[in-house]
Ligand binder design. Structure first.
Ligand code: GLU
Length: 431
């Protein structure tokens, strides 16, 4: 692995490999390789104790050939410009792979939101909108939640935008609370979209969920919802983790029980461990083992679902992965070097830009509802989400098969061709 690898250089490695096959013109290649616009700001905050501080903030607008920039805002200490650029690029490809009328963008505030009070969090969220307000809008750039940003954050941001612009703008942002312009099904959409793909995949191979063991890294919005969906559909969820580590049981884990303890103790392993001190006797009795996040990836299972942060499946551990299928609910969990190793081993990777596109797809439904004033039923959301996810999946599968590519390269190829077609139609690049 190259030591200088960053989220954005990892994106570029895959991009370069796929462009090799697509043979774009130099102008097309240039558009696809760098963001159209990078916005940066320092957000000032007066802390509760009266002291003053500021946080670096970004909005990267990668490409809007197919529609307004679209993508979440992340609050995380690692959310620097390189990471936000990579995530913005992935959003442009994600919206194209599922063929919804958006481009791609991403935002971030580089900070640890757990160190902020509720008042401070609201203040900094509103400051973000004030900093980038003239570059946002339902026809310009439409943010949404991402790591550590919630429906409440989206509500503050919509409110701030409407105050600043003196407008009624429900579609300026998605992932809002139901009471303030949100859509039914948005909160569970990322997991549900991935679940539809998994169902289709196992149906086609005539597999029975009862025979399939699944390990999930991450118990946030995507990973937590996925654990429930799989458990209820008869899969055996053998491992679950959060940022502090997790638990493994070959016989299966009940996500409802895990959630109860997570709520009570703040940790997925809370039923058995307090910090690093575990009740070994109780664990033995229940047939449960404590696992680190690294160990979870290498457990014996059929399906592995990274649903937390990026860069976790690397050249260092790829060879030890035992799952035959990886469904990427996180953005960027697998490095290009790991991809090569997994492909050689015959592991099928359903890539992030397809597997986790359910979130932005229901964001699109929310945007449509905001513009029309309509409220869709939960059934309609689910039906449309399933159709869009399966159309995307089948297109990628067909491309992978016909052009002898991995699913990741096929997903990139499908998306890049659609973006290139839009750029050509607009006359941005020579026809
Ligand atoms: N943050 C989510 C993603 O990475 C959702 C983005 C959106 O809804 O715009 O796909």
């Amino acid at each position: 692995m190259s030591p200088a690898s960053t989220p954005f250089t990892r994106f570029q490695t895959t991009l370069t490999a796929v462009l090799e096959r697509l043979k774009p013109s130099p102008a097309e290649r240039k558009f696809l390789s760098e963001p159209q616009q990078i916005l940066e700001a320092k957000l000032p905050l007066t802390r509760d104790d009266g002291s003053k501080t500021e946080f670096p903030a970004y909005r990267v607008q990668f490409n809007n050939a197919r529609g307004p920039y679209k993508g979440g805002i992340r609050y995380h200490p690692a959310a620097d410009l390189e990471e936000v650029k990579a995530l913005a690029a992935l959003m442009a490809l994600k919206t194209a792979v599922v063929n919804i009328p958006f481009g791609g963008g991403k935002g971030g505030i580089q900070m640890d939101p757990r160190k902020l009070s509720a008042r401070e969090l609201q203040e900094v969220s509103r400051a973000y909108v004030r900093a980038f307000q003239q570059h946002l809008g339902s026809d310009i750039d439409v943010p949404a939640p991402d790591v550590n940003t919630t429906a409440d954050v989206m509500a503050w941001m919509r409110d701030e935008y409407e105050k600043q612009t003196h407008t009624f703008s429900p579609s300026v942002i998605t992932g809002k609370p139901l009471s303030y312009g949100g859509s039914l099904g948005r909160d569970t959409a990322t997991a549900r979209g991935g679940f539809f793909i998994l169902q289709e995949l196992i149906d086609r191979e005539a597999l029975d969920p009862q025979d399939l063991k699944v390990a999930i890294q991450g118990f946030g919005n995507a990973g937590g919802t996925m654990a429930h969906l799989l458990h209820n559909a008869g899969f055996t969820v053998v491992a679950i983790s959060d940022s502090q580590g997790g638990i493994y049981s070959a016989d299966g884990i009940d996500p409802v029980r895990v959630e109860k303890y997570k709520r009570k103790t703040g940790a997925v392993a809370g039923e058995y461990c307090e910090g690093s001190v575990c009740d070994v006797q109780k664990m033995n009795m229940d047939g449960v083992k404590h696992v680190s996040n690294g160990e979870l990836l290498e457990l014996p299972c059929d399906i592995l679902i990274p649903a937390a942060l990026d860069n976790v499946i690397t050249a260092e551990n790829a060879d030890r992965i035992q799952a035959r299928t990886i469904l990427e609910l996180a953005n960027g969990p697998t490095t290009p070097e790991a991809d090569v190793i997994l492909e050689k081993k015959g592991v099928r990777v359903i890539p992030d830009i397809l597997a986790n596109a359910g979130g932005v797809t229901v964001s699109y439904f929310e945007w449509v509802q905001g513009r029309s004033g309509e409220q869709w039923t939960a059934e309609r959301v689910d039906l449309e989400l399933r159709r869009i996810m399966l159309d995307g999946y089948k297109m990628v599968r067909r491309t992978a098969y016909r052009e002898k590519m991995s699913y990741r390269h096929a997903a990139f190829a499908v998306a890049l061709r659609r973006i290139i077609a839009a750029m050509k139609a607009r006359g941005w690049v020579n026809v």
